[in-house]
Design a protein around this ligand. Sequence first.
Ligand code: PLP
Length: 359
Amino acid sequence: MIALPDFPWDRLAPYKELASAHPGGIVDLSVGTPVDPVPEVARSALAEAANSPGYPQTYGTARLREAAARWLRRRHGVTVDPAAVLPTIGSKELVAWLPTLLGVGPGQRVIFPELAYPTYDVGARLAGAEPYPADGLLALGPERAALVWVNSPSNPTGRVLPPEHLRKVVAWARERGAVVASDECYIELGWEERPVSILHPEVCGGSHEGLLAVHSLSKRSNLAGYRAGFIAGDPELVRRLLEIRKHAGMMVPAPVQAAMVAVLDDDRHAEEQRERYARRRAALRPALERAGWIIEHSVAGLYLWATNGTDCWEQVRALAERGILVAPGEFYGPAGRRYVRIAVTASDERIAAAVDRLK
Ligand SMILES: Cc1ncc(COP(=O)(O)O)c(C=O)c1O
């Protein structure tokens, strides 16, 4: 049996109960799941493609790969051949299986940030590889690794890695023959700083060799329930992943592929969604600060990374007593022990309730 960590969210259940007992109801800022409607462009494209009796293509339709390439160019200054795009069933499955799909295994290291989305660690374990949390690659010296994850904007901290930092990661990995996978699922949600893709020429010097960017439409387009993501980058790596995913049946349903084309070609709904999050963040941040929390990083993405100096579970309890549920920083690594992660993914009404309760 593979040793996987306990599913952390189960440990939050008693605090969920406590927060739910608040007379005004729970304000759930823990998981970070979208709560706003699926944009009309996505729904109508999905409905129009409802009559899809045949198997979808693992590689995705040409229309989908072209739409993803157009979006990368238009929004992120990244040029990829549509042949080097591959749809995924949301990005979580790809994060969990990438080491396995790349053939990373026992005796090999998968590096990811010290404070990170837990699935990078899970993916290393599923492959039988060694999970290796490390922020400073240079401190690793001559150590080797098979795969390096970066995540900018970060979950949980909302930190953005500047181009010069990403350039160093790329150089470090190329010297060692490691693949760099860049999880860019929050890339459209920069607030005080503008996130840049690993595939941007300023970062990679124009070559995508050894690089994969991982994208998701869950947050940009409220498609978490559709399971819609894709990867792009090194054509040879994408081809290898496609081969295995074809054999393994890892294909995105055809109506979802159609919805993805529609949202990738439409920026208006994404801008409206961005504005909603910006508003909620602007309301919540000062309310937390007035209540004694310090917000660190959090210049992009959907989370406020906050501390009042006490143990994370104490902070979870203090907020749950006010009916507000947040995630303990410990879920993201030992360095998060004195932090909580607060998602801005609740309705305007629920965010206003949280602001009121923090007074
Ligand atoms: C950093 C990061 N990567 C990947 C995912 C997975 O997102 P999805 O599977 O919805 O694309 C999440 C979800 O919250 C995330 O925070």
